[in-house]
Design a protein around this ligand. Structure first.
Ligand code: SAM
Length: 217
């Protein structure tokens, strides 16, 4: 999944991952993060999620990163915000408005200095958007640029009787063992919920949606 793949998805408006409402799992489990008003929350691979609207309404400062400029322009437009746009590093711009900073470019080009201090990460459809070969690098990089901030992580897992390799992602299935492998050395990992996805995924493949709280150790 390279930049071209995602940019094409946004150009063609093939954004089935974009929810038409705030994710109820964020609303339900946000209190677990115990954030104070004004805390900075990092949203990797953010798209134009309505979850950002909700976080802003809750008094959070939001920092995001997203490859697609179309997504980011739509995000600001839907929030009725006019961004200040600056060039930060080659191939990356920063769109900023009150309490909202979105980097437009590849997350792997982001540094801790650019992100600044963040108190939490909200990863929904980010880890599962990446193919297996990129996930360990992503997890390492995410911990690095956030200084191992706590995480609310929402993943998908197809049920075991299916051969995972036959199911083309994204989204990809991410197992509990994988999450343990990526994050187990640095975080205490709790599964807050796992729920069957109604109607399955990818044309009916049974799957669960899992919510994890990653607390730095
Ligand atoms: C499955 S979507 C999820 C979007 C959002 N988290 C949501 O819940 O609606 C994944 C998003 O990540 C973006 N993306 C993919 N690879 C990226 C990368 N390396 N750096 C930044 N954004 C990326 C894509 O353009 C896409 O909008």
């Amino acid at each position: 999944m390279d930049a071209q793949f995602w940019n094409m998805k946004w150009q063609k408006n093939q954004i089935g991952f974009h929810l038409p409402a705030v994710n109820p799992l964020l609303v339900k489990y946000f209190p677990v993060l115990e954030l104070k008003e004004g805390a900075r929350v990092f949203v990797p691979l953010c798209g134009k999620t309505l979850d950002i609207h909700w976080l802003l309404q809750r008094g959070m400062n939001v920092v995001g990163v997203e490859l697609s400029q179309i997504a980011v322009e739509q995000l600001f437009s839907e929030l009725a915000l006019t961004p200040q746009i600056t060039d930060v590093v080659p191939n990356m711009q920063c769109f900023q408005a009150k309490n909202l900073t979105i980097f437009v470019g590849d997350i792997f080009a982001l540094s801790r200095a650019l992100v600044g201090s963040v108190q939490a990460i909200y990863d929904r459809a980010a880890l599962v958007a990446l193919p297996p070969a990129m996930r360990a690098t992503y997890a390492e990089h995410l911990m690095d640029i956030s200084d191992k901030a706590e995480q609310l992580l929402v993943t998908l897992e197809f049920t075991l009787e299916y051969d995972q390799s036959c199911i083309a992602g994204p989204p990809f299935s991410v197992t509990q063992q994988e999450i343990q492998r990526y994050y187990g050395a640095e975080y205490a990992i709790s599964c807050l919920e796992n729920t069957s996805v109604t109607g399955g995924l990818k044309g009916g493949v049974p799957a669960t949606e899992n919510v994890w709280f990653l607390k730095p150790e």
